[in-house]
Design a protein around this ligand. Structure first.
Ligand SMILES: C[S@@+](CC[C@H](N)C(=O)[O-])C[C@H]1O[C@@H](n2cnc3c(N)ncnc32)[C@H](O)[C@@H]1O
Length: 401
């Protein structure tokens, strides 16, 4: 079942074709080196041991939960019983410092016309600005309240996120939940944040409400984080049997560092699946809040989207660097002795920069073929491409050592 999280560039639709190509490669462990939300690993589960890697912490936590976890996720009733009191008392404490802004926000959420909405929004913003400055709490769990009220989330929603985090940490500290449970619970909260945010399924920028969009804005702002969190928790399960999961591994590294380290190791995958980013949309910009949720480190932020300034920039999403990065990756994979299965679409950045993945692979593998060219809808989430979905021709290459 996995985590059912929509993700930019997901291969969910073409996962069966990827599995088909992988089945023609050498037998043994398959490493998905850009695992994202694990759609290919899930489809591979009945056939092989699966190792995963992703440089983003949230993607790593998802893969670890789905492919290696021992403790199953808790049910919504168990979660509620264990966390509600802690959640509620934290929420009440933080809310006390924002009483007038929360009242103004409640009014705002009842707006019926755009004129009413505009007037109430400006009252809310003014009150929030005052209470933010005087918010003196040294409570550890107030990151989203401090940095993100009235952005991707409303003030009440930001307080709820912090309160869920406080409850998750408290129950894990007291041993009422295990570290595995904590992982599932934090992933569920990330999923709930994606569903609740005022954006199109990511955190690259939040919507500024206009006459035509204020109702969508209000609908999103009315969603309660606690309920969304429980709903999300209900929709996640690990993949495969617990015995199968014991044979899997997950890494959280830049693949250009991980792959060379595998060449000298006595445990190695026999096939490596690579689905690198292929647009100039940096994943760390689209999903920065998921990283911040996990790190909970009060990062320095900047930009219209309030991004972490220390976010990872992948060379695969920089036109002038993508060709060299692919060459470095293909070389490192061939040095491990594993076969390579590569997904890369015909409109990817590497082609724009004048390189050809097929020719790069041919320099390093004994035989290379393009096994599939599939036209499918690629999720852009209304990113820089403007459309929520755009048609691309996805290609799958197989290189044998
Ligand atoms: C196209 S997505 C993979 C989608 C995945 N196949 C799925 O179906 O969900 C690319 C992934 O590569 C990760 N990534 C980008 N640069 C990386 C790097 N240098 N090393 C490891 N992972 C990287 C991103 O965080 C993102 O999750």
């Amino acid at each position: 079942m996995g985590v059912n999280i929509s993700y930019m560039g997901t291969k969910r639709e073409i996962a069966p074709a990827v599995v088909d190509v992988i089945s023609a490669a050498a037998k043994g462990v398959a490493l998905d080196v850009f695992a994202g939300m694990c759609s290919v690993g899930e489809a591979l589960a009945p056939y092989r041991q699966v190792w995963t890697n992703d440089v983003q912490a949230f993607a790593y936590e998802v893969a670890k939960a789905v492919f290696t976890e021992c403790d199953l996720p808790l049910s919504r009733i168990q979660i509620s019983d264990l966390h509600y009191e802690k959640y509620h008392s934290h929420r009440t404490r933080i809310s006390g410092a924002f009483a007038t802004s929360l009242a103004a926000e409640a009014d705002l959420l009842e707006s019926e016309t755009f004129e009413q909405f505009e007037a109430r929004y400006s009252t809310f913003k003014n009150k929030l600005a005052v209470e933010r400055v005087s918010f003196a709490s040294d409570d550890l769990y107030a990151l989203f309240t401090r940095l993100y009220p009235d952005t991707y989330f409303g003030l009440g929603q930001a307080i709820e996120i912090d309160s869920v985090v406080a409850a998750i940490e408290a129950t894990c500290r007291t041993g009422e939940t295990s570290p595995d449970h904590r992982r599932w619970l934090r992933i569920s909260l990330g999923r709930a944040m994606l569903r609740t945010a005022n954006s199109t399924g990511h955190f690259a920028q939040f919507l500024k409400p206009k006459a035509g969009s204020f109702r969508t804005f209000l609908r999103q702002r009315r969603r309660g984080m606690w309920g969304e969190w429980l709903n999300s928790a209900d929709e996640m399960q690990p993949v495969g049997t617990s015995d199968w999961r014991k044979g899997n591994r997950s890494f959280n590294m830049d693949c250009l560092e991980l792959l060379p380290s595998l060449a000298g190791s006595d445990q190695r995958p026999s096939v490596i699946y690579a689905d690198p980013p292929y647009t100039d949309d940096q994943y760390s910009r689209f999903y920065h809040l998921l990283e911040t949720l996990l790190l909970y480190d009060y990062p320095k932020v900047d930009g219209a989207g309030i991004y972490r300034i220390d976010r990872f920039r992948t060379p695969f999403s920089v036109k002038s660097l993508a060709g060299a990065a692919l060459e470095q990756m293909v070389t490192a994979i061939s040095n491990t002795g594993a076969d390579l299965v590569l997904s890369y679409p015909t409109n990817g950045l590497i082609y724009e920069a004048g390189h050809d993945p097929l020719l790069i692979m041919k320099k390093h593998f004994r035989s290379v073929e393009r096994c599939y060219a599939i036209s499918h809808d690629h999720s852009t989430f209304g990113a820089s491409k403007g459309l929520a979905k755009s048609a691309v021709t996805e290609q799958i290459f197989l290189g044998r050592v």
